[in-house]
Design a protein around this ligand. Sequence first.
Ligand code: TYC
Length: 113
Amino acid sequence: MQPFLVTMSNDPDDESGTSILVETRPKTQRPPLYKVLLLNDDYTPMEFVVHVLERFFGMTHAQAFEVMLTVHKKGVAVVGVFSHEIAETKVGQVMDFARRHQHPLQCTMEKEE
Ligand code: TYC
């Protein structure tokens, strides 16, 4: 909605004096959200990926297995949508965990829309 003009006069044609613009909608916008993506590779064991999805994304074993299979078949899947800070943390946790276990698993983030 358009901001509207408020003047000190009751006459709508009175262009004298001071007026203010009244905002009809707050200017604040929602912070952008980020998709966290898990990428397929040929070497990371399926059980390891399932464990990652349970551990860092709060999925049940059944959910984690289903998402892991989607990544395995399609090459990539969105495993969660978060604020920038949380998405960065999740990506870091997955990448650290995979590296510590010497698996090439890749996790990235991408701005939504
Ligand atoms: N493609 C892997 C395999 O056959 C399994 C896998 C699934 C790896 C998902 C990564 O993000 C991944 N062992």
